[in-house]
Design a protein around this ligand. Structure first.
Ligand SMILES: NC(=O)c1ccc[n+]([C@@H]2O[C@H](COP(=O)([O-])OP(=O)(O)OC[C@H]3O[C@@H](n4cnc5c(N)ncnc54)[C@H](OP(=O)(O)O)[C@@H]3O)[C@@H](O)[C@H]2O)c1
Length: 254
């Protein structure tokens, strides 16, 4: 408890899954949280849940492809809570999947826009604010796909998400001297809407489950705890990492 006391955080992709679980955990650990995603109703119910549990949160609905949306999220954090210490840039999409010979330019570009360009735009405005108050922690949600494991049919997802690892390293090197830490988290399969959309049969779920050394997929709350670590002062010497939280998927060959 209280590992984020006095901290102010932005969490994107907070309307469901990993982002929602992380926003709740951040608030339970004492952070004041600004939550973002497109589905405003889901955000409002999250804010109500956090407040009912004694926490503090504010919501702003929008699309992460808009640079103005990131400016507005940062402005809300500053107006409401005075500063910004932590940003979890987690909103993401699978994008257009299927044989790469058939993926459209638009489908490929959309995955890049949501998963990669939006993360850059977010960090651009978040870090500017963090620098005013002595630093902070930025975390991107990447994935093992396209980093430790190649999968067929997900070129746009893999390219955009592995691009986040380069972005992480560049920003960590650039802003480390000013005490801004930047890390990427790489979950294995997590039981969320995205996972269920991708794996819509018991056979597909069994295949994915079996890829993990732990022979199960993760709950969103398990990923949230690793994000909490990277966000907190417990990770004060951790920056520039691609942090696998994948149940041993990347080392499993059986
Ligand atoms: N589940 C897995 O197995 C897994 C594994 C590795 C990495 N990940 C990554 O984890 C992150 C969270 O996904 P999840 O598994 O928790 O799935 P999820 O429940 O579907 O969450 C995706 C989140 O991203 C938001 N989002 C998507 N496009 C957006 C846009 N254009 N603007 C604003 N928000 C947008 C969604 O909100 P709205 O729809 O309300 O906008 C939602 O809150 C993603 O980046 C995903 O790639 C997931």
């Amino acid at each position: 408890m209280n590992r984020l006391n006095g901290k102010v955080a932005i969490v994107t992709g907070a309307s469901s899954g990993i982002g929602r679980a992380t926003a709740k955990l951040f608030a339970a650990e004492g952070a004041k949280v600004v939550v973002g995603a497109r589905r405003g109703n889901e955000l409002e119910s999250l804010v109500a849940e956090i407040k009912a549990a004694g926490g503090e949160a504010a919501a702003l609905a929008g699309d992460v492809r808009s640079e103005d949306y990131h400016k507005a999220l940062v402005a809300l954090a500053v107006e409401r809570y005075g500063k910004l210490d932590i940003a979890f840039n987690n909103a993401g999409t699978l994008g257009e999947a299927g044989p790469s010979t058939e993926v459209s330019e638009q489908g490929f570009a959309e995955a890049l826009a949501i998963n990669l360009t939006a993360s850059f735009l977010a960090a651009k405005h978040q870090i500017g604010e963090m620098l005013k108050h002595g630093g902070g922690s930025v975390i991107f949600t990447s994935t093992f796909v396209g980093h430790t494991v190649g999968f067929p049919g997900v070129a746009a997802y893999a390219a955009s998400k592995s691009g986040l690892i380069g972005l992480t390293q560049a920003l960590a090197a650039e802003f480390g001297p000013q005490n801004v830490r930047v890390n990427a988290i790489l979950p294995g399969a997590v039981d969320t809407d995205m996972y269920r959309d991708m794996n819509d049969t018991p056979e597909k779920q069994a295949f994915v489950t079996n890829l993990h050394a732990l022979k199960r997929v993760s709950r969103p709350e398990e990923i949230a705890r690793s994000v909490l670590y990277l966000a907190s002062d417990d990770a004060s010497f951790v920056t520039g990492t691609a942090s696998l939280v994948d149940g041993g998927l990347s080392i499993t060959r059986t």
